[in-house]
Design a protein around this ligand. Structure first.
Ligand SMILES: Cc1cc2nc3c(=O)[nH]c(=O)nc-3n(C[C@H](O)[C@H](O)[C@H](O)COP(=O)(O)OP(=O)(O)OC[C@H]3O[C@@H](n4cnc5c(N)ncnc54)[C@H](O)[C@@H]3O)c2cc1C
Length: 387
């Protein structure tokens, strides 16, 4: 074990979705950055893998997210240009369900409050415009032309590439064992060394309960499954489809993507928020046949052609807060630690703007972005050390 003497302005713990974006934005703004990641670049052990993530602006979760999404879309475009790769694609987004469902009513509310481009389609119109879909007769949809998907692994790689180009030091295969704030800075001890810096950013993903244990933020880790089905008739008909989120009368949501993984890659679909509580150490990485059957039955009711053989599955972890809103803040009990966690299964579309916000919080101790919704004080439970 060595003590590294090189001076850093800021250490970023976790170089996944959020941490890689933070490392890039900090380095681009002149900070001397050290990023520490226990796995390899763009690995599949956390929350930022599986080939695609939905991006959208008509945000049914809360219209308060919309200004962040508008900025995120600008930064997505910039990232694609700077890294010269397709990190996002706009396919259009179809948000289906009963008119009073969260998916439909919430999307409509955000669209109207922020004057976002959108259309409301009844069941017959959905079938006419998108013949692969067979919604219930009473089902309607909000169609958003700006919906689409991001490529998570490419995004993480792009931010890593740009962070390195901007002068950041990134170390992979190096696990952080503990960190501490002192009067003069922060110290971070890893399996290889102890580092010092002026400030710390903690982006731990599903490891938040371990790395932020003292904060008392209640975050539950959930195993989620992604499924790729080989559609009946082949993938060609799915090439130019919109992404979709569909809610049934019970409130269960599923979502899916067009065919973007080649002729034999199938089309991807999943349940939104139907997970099993786990930890990164206990997660069951095996996907069991009854799970595949349940997914196939559910998606086939809406998109019958997606009922061919399952060609691939993957597991991934959500980090859920009780209200499913994020945690992004300077640690209220200290002056040198900034945290970003609890992304509750919907954080990826915000990755570039979270990187920008984290750089603001480190450099300026404040941000012009609206982040009061993400204040950890709302989650304070008695007995923790949030000041
Ligand atoms: C199945 C699934 C589907 C999703 N779909 C969508 C979607 O369609 N749209 C959307 O917007 N969002 C979606 N999300 C959510 C989104 O992907 C996550 O919110 C986002 O990826 C979280 O990024 P993160 O940086 O917090 O976590 P991660 O990317 O997992 O990064 C955390 C990093 O910290 C590292 N780390 C942890 N502990 C240590 C340590 N001690 N030392 C060093 N490194 C450490 C980890 O190895 C990891 O690389 C989905 C998530 C899943 C799982």
């Amino acid at each position: 074990m060595t003590t590294a003497t090189q001076g850093y302005d800021v250490i970023v713990i976790g170089v996944g979705g959020m941490g890689s974006a933070a490392a890039y934005h900090l380095a681009a703004r002149g900070q001397r950055v050290l990023g520490l990641e226990k796995f390899t670049p763009a690995h599949d052990r956390g929350s930022s893998h599986g080939g695609s993530r939905i991006i959208r602006q008509s945000y049914f979760e809360d219209p308060a997210y919309v200004p962040l999404l508008l900025r995120a879309y600008e930064l997505w475009e910039q990232l694609g240009t700077d890294a010269d790769c397709e990190v996002i694609r706009r396919t259009g987004g179809l948000y289906l369900g009963p008119p009073d469902s969260l998916t439909v009513a919430g999307s409509l509310r955000a669209s109207r409050e922020w004057s976002l481009p959108h259309e409301v389609l009844d069941s017959a119109e959905i079938r006419r415009r998108f013949p692969l879909f067979t919604p219930a007769p009473d089902g309607i949809a909000v169609y958003e032309p700006n919906g689409g998907f991001a490529r998570p692994e490419l995004t993480v790689q792009a931010h890593i590439h740009l962070a390195l180009r901007a002068g950041a030091t990134l170390s992979f295969g190096e696990e952080v064992l503990r960190w501490a704030e002192t009067d003069s800075g922060v110290t971070v001890t890893t399996t290889r060394a102890t580092y010092r810096a002026d400030q710390l950013v903690v982006c731990p993903g599903a490891w938040a309960p371990q790395l932020l244990a003292d904060f008392g933020i209640p975050i539950t880790i959930e195993r989620q499954v992604l499924y790729w089905f080989d559609p009946i008739g082949g993938t060609a008909a799915f090439a130019d489809q919109p992404i979709y989120i569909a809610e049934d009368h019970s409130g269960t949501q599923i979502y899916g993507f067009p065919a973007i993984d080649g002729p034999t890659g199938g089309v991807k679909t999943a349940f939104f928020r139907k997970g099993i509580v786990c930890t990164p150490d206990t997660i069951d990485r095996v996907v069991h046949p009854p799970e595949i059957e349940e997914m196939r039955d559910r998606v086939a009711a809406l998109v019958p052609a997606v009922s061919g053989p399952c060609v691939h599955t993957a597991t991934c972890m959500y980090s859920n807060t009780p209200d499913q809103h994020f945690v992004i803040a300077r640690h209220p009990g200290g002056t040198r630690v900034t945290i970003a966690c609890g992304f509750s299964g919907h954080g990826f579309k915000f990755v570039p703007v979270v990187g920008e916000i984290l750089a603001d919080l480190v450099i300026d101790a404040k941000t012009a972005h609206p982040i009061t919704l993400f204040d950890p004080q709302r989650l304070v439970t008695s007995g923790n050390n949030l000041a």
